[in-house]
Design a protein around this ligand. Structure first.
Ligand SMILES: [Fe+2]
Ligand SMILES: [Fe+2]
Length: 288
């Protein structure tokens, strides 16, 4: 099957899955918890989450809020590409559009975190902007496959962490995680189609993976945010390795694929990168 026909099929598959999982943020938010900030100003003891879990939800929000920059980058990269990719970016944008709003309004209604501080952070993150990683359509898709799966894993783990504290937030996070799962599946299978079409592209795939950073890594205090999130057990280097990178490497058959001339060195560098991450994860698991 031609590459463009495979991508068309993947887009149609995505559309049929999203029809089944369609949702509106108005149905998920705990409106009954909302109070007027003019008559009841915010105070730090009003929220029900720990400061660490609040920071984790806020970090998710500040990542999702970069959507205009993600869309701008993807649109630019796919502008000369197959029509299915151009159509997918539009559909994907409409789906992602609910994520930041849902998390932001949840934090506001539940009074978790200072809303004035959060408004300043939102503005700063959007003003700073975000550059989509990769300089070709395929490179961007490799990057985005990792991003979608990383956010899915993070949201699922965060949902489990708040399960006994906040059923509304649990449902919100699991709903968004389902969207991320479908986005991940599209990009994963699109990249695999490119690899099957042209085995030399394994070099691009293998060279992009070590450059991966969590989306939103430009936000203020990102390293300390990630340390706090790691301490909550919601996401760390071990999750990245075993729940994100390794499943993707398996799905793309990166280690076993026949490597054309020149690609094997890039694959060896990827192996070294993976090995280094494994050592960091092992060291972390042994550190009390
Ligand atoms: Fe999202
Ligand atoms: Fe997504």
């Amino acid at each position: 099957m031609k590459l463009s026909a495979t991508l068309d099929d993947l887009y149609q598959r995505h559309l049929s899955c999203t029809v089944r999982s369609d949702w509106g943020y108005h149905n998920l938010l705990p409106w009954e918890r909302g109070k007027n900030f003019k008559t009841l100003p915010w105070a730090s003891d009003q929220g029900n989450l720990t400061p660490e879990l609040t920071l984790a939800v806020e970090t998710a929000l500040l990542t999702e809020i970069n959507l205009p920059w993600f869309t701008a980058g993807l649109k630019q990269m796919f502008d000369t590409g197959p029509s299915a990719l151009k159509a997918f970016v539009r559909t994907w944008t409409a789906e992602e559009d609910q994520h930041a709003r849902l998390l932001d309004v949840y934090l506001t209604l539940s009074r978790n975190g200072n809303p004035d501080r959060r408004a300043k952070l939102r503005r700063k993150v959007l003003t700073d902007g975000y550059e989509v990683g990769g300089d070709t359509g395929l490179a961007v898709m490799v990057y985005t496959t990792l991003q979608e799966l990383a956010t899915r894993v993070f949201y699922q783990n965060l949902a489990t962490a708040v399960e006994n504290l906040d059923p509304a937030l649990t449902l919100i996070l699991r709903t968004v995680a389902k969207d991320e799962t479908l986005h991940f599946a599209f990009y994963r299978d699109a990249v695999r189609a490119y690899l099957d079409h042209d085995p030399a592209l394994l070099g691009t795939v293998a060279s992009i993976i070590p450059q991966f950073r969590m989306p939103g890594s430009e936000m203020p205090d990102f390293p300390s945010r990630m340390r706090t999130i790691a301490d909550t057990g919601c996401y760390d280097v071990e999750n990245y390795l075993s729940d994100v990178m390794d499943p993707i490497l398996r799905a793309w058959n990166v280690w076993e694929r026949d490597a054309p001339d020149g690609v094997d060195d890039v694959r060896k560098a990827l192996f070294t990168h993976r090995d280094r991450l494994q050592r960091v994860a092992t060291h972390r698991s042994k550190t009390p």
